[in-house]
Design a protein around this ligand. Structure first.
Ligand code: G6P
Length: 618
């Protein structure tokens, strides 16, 4: 959840680059930030609040020039957000930044306190620093400390530490080096002619390099300005692959938008086109590089989708898409529930994990359980080289580019599209779908870009902004949908609660009578998805139920039938399309609605309170 960036330069001061890196990582955590450089006394600056507060502090109280440093932006787990709990943490000659949770920190801390060590913070991370300093102390008894000595100490510390960690470390007597280690928390090395980097993700240093090494579980090592050394759990040196990433450095900027969220909503047309072109061949072969064979795809009796947050909603919609196209029953579960409920699984199950980041702890945990039980696991993911991609038999990579706004938008569209592609591929393999139908679907998906661009037009956006203004003071929102629009209702409610802090719930409209209707009052806004189709009349009935109880009714519809329009206080018209792609369109006005309600309420849109983009701890 926290963000780490560290660098060793050949020349020049590292501090401005580290601050810039922290700004790019701020979506991972933003309650405090800190930075340390390799200079006599290992000077540290830390501030409660945003990276901007740290930048100001450093301006007022500059750090000595140094070409080596480590930095951190925090999302508090152990210990409230405060200056003292911010990273870097120091113990003896070690200063480190940590992303993750040291689960056995209490027992370790107790033993260190008994030895006479003092702790100043409430964090588990300070105990990590103490642990490493303690082990380095033991190594020093064998002679002067060298980098391999730190590796031995780190290795012993890793054996004693339980939990997840990405670490970047400075050791005072070893100039020019940053040490690192990872376990269940992401960490990459960035390589450039000017120097090398350690970071939680590529965004942090994308303006500096496009060449990365994605570290694996249990690896540790060090960088200097010219080289890197990576070791496995047995301290054998490994030669990791360097991957070139063609993401545009501009994509981690706002490109003139006020917020990342707005920029990312408006990228959805391009994302659709990019994901489609990268996953189909010129001869309309679907997922030509997918490594799971057609024979294997034919062998499954069930598909189980696991994910969290928005990705889970993509999965809930995916159930309709996959069942219809493949004839295989689909279950969908919260990754956090699935992993602990001892699921009944075997080799005839295909487990599909969906995740934008590929680092969500619960989704990774669910995939591990699936694999242990003999199921085949595949993924839909936006980050090549992420932990999830490394765990599964193969990944369908969405082509979103970096998504920075904490509230996920464009990733949802790309995930749904990827599910369509998987559904077509499995449908074809099982002869559930013919060539003609495949081409029809592909054509529909391609042409849906036009409808998406219509929804992203200034006209639609400003209309939704007006609606948002009208209702931003209301305190409760219900989102109602049926069939494939039900997951869209869930996603609309999630978007609103994430960034505007209003109470919002998504319901299958037919459930209203079984409880939620009791909550409907004049203080409520009901957003109903009333698309044309077999349940249109049913949704109309549900709309009447809430309207007669005084709720304000905002209707999203693609039909010009009078009844829905007459019942509504406000209407958002959606371009009419095939039901197959309609949900992809319906989500866009709901993303805008959440955005404009939050804007109207003065909320901090890209960094909502208490949330983080990448939830790498349970
Ligand atoms: C966090 C984010 C959500 C995201 C969820 C799953 O809660 O704030 O926007 O949907 O994690 O993330 P993933 O990276 O696995 O898609």
């Amino acid at each position: 959840m926290c963000g780490i960036v560290a660098a060793c330069f050949k020349n020049g001061d590292v501090v401005p680059t580290l601050v810039e890196g922290l700004r790019c990582l701020e979506y991972r955590g933003y309650d405090s930030a800190g930075l340390a450089v390799l200079a006599p006394g290992l000077p540290v600056r830390k501030a409660k609040g945003r990276v901007e507060d740290l930048a100001q502090l450093i301006e007022q109280n500059p750090l000595p020039d140094s070409s080596v440093g480590i930095a951190h932006t925090r999302w508090a787990t152990h210990g409230e957000p405060s200056q003292v709990n911010s990273h870097p943490h120091r113990a003896g000659s070690v200063v480190l930044v940590h992303n993750g949770i040291l689960e056995n920190f209490e027992s370790l801390k107790e033993s260190f306190v008994e030895e006479g060590r003092e702790f100043v913070s409430q964090t588990d991370s300070e105990v990590w620093a103490a642990l490493l300093d303690h082990e380095i102390g033991l190594v020093r008894k064998d002679g002067p400390l060298d980098p391999m000595g730190v590796m031995r100490a780190l290795n012993r510390s890793m054996a004693r530490a339980r939990g997840s960690y990405g670490l970047a470390i400075l050791v005072e007597e070893l100039p020019g080096l940053v040490f690192f280690a990872r376990n269940e928390s992401p960490l990459v090395l960035g390589l450039s002619p000017d120097g090398n980097y350690v970071a939680s993700d590529v965004q942090a240093v994308l303006a500096r390099t496009h060449d990365f090494i994605y570290l694996l579980e249990g690896q540790c090592g060090w960088i200097d300005a010219e080289s890197f050394h990576v070791f496995d759990r047995d301290l054998g040196e490994v030669q990791p692959e360097v991957e070139h990433l063609d993401w545009d450095a501009e994509s981690v900027g706002k490109s003139g938008y006020e917020h990342f969220m707005l920029k990312e909503i408006e990228e959805q047309g391009i994302v659709l086109a990019q994901t489609l072109s990268s996953t189909t061949s010129s001869k309309d072969r679907i997922l030509p590089d997918f490594r799971v064979s057609d024979d294997t795809l034919r062998s499954f009796d069930r598909i189980v989708i696991v994910a969290c947050g928005t990705a889970l909603h993509a999965g809930r919609l995916g159930r309709y898409i996959l069942e219809e196209a493949t004839g295989i029953p689909v279950d969908v579960d919260f990754a956090s529930e699935f992993r602990y409920r001892n699921p009944l699984l075997g080799e005839r199950d295909l487990v599909l994990a969906i995740s934008q980041s590929g680092e969500t702890a619960d989704t990774l945990g669910a995939v591990k359980v699936a694999r242990e039980k003999g199921a085949t696991a595949v993924a839909i993911c936006n980050v090549r080289g992420s932990s999830l991609c490394r765990l599964v038999a193969d990944t369908i990579l969405t082509q979103c580019g970096p998504e920075i706004g904490v509230a996920s938008t464009k990733a949802f569209t790309a995930q749904v599209l990827a599910i369509h592609l998987l559904a077509m591929r499995v449908g074809m393999a099982r002869r559930q779908m013919g060539e003609e139908e495949l081409l029809r679907r592909l054509q529909l998906l391609r042409s849906s870009r036009t409808a998406i661009e219509t929804l992203l037009s200034h006209q639609v956006r400003s209309h939704i902004a007006e609606v948002a203004k009208k209702y931003a003071h209301k305190s409760v929102y219900f989102f109602l949908g049926r069939g494939a629009d039900y997951p869209i209702a869930l996603e609309g409610a999630l978007k609103l609660k994430e960034i505007s802090y209003l109470h919002a719930e998504g319901y299958p409209a037919g459930e209203m009578k079984h409880g939620p209707l009791a909550l409907v009052s004049e203080d409520m806004v009901v957003v109903a998805l009333a698309g044309e189709g077999p349940v249109y009349d049913k949704v109309l009935g549900n709309m009447q139920e809430v309207k007669t109880r005084g709720a304000k009714l905002v209707v999203l519809t693609n039909t010009d039938k009078r009844e829905a329009i007459e019942l509504a206080d406000d209407v958002v018209l959606i371009p009419r399309t095939d039901p197959l792609v309609a949900p992809l369109l319906h989500v866009i006005p709901l993303q805008y609605l959440a955005y404009y309600v939050a804007l109207e309420r003065g909320c901090e849109i890209d960094k909502p309170r208490n949330l983080a983009k990448s939830v790498t701890v349970e």
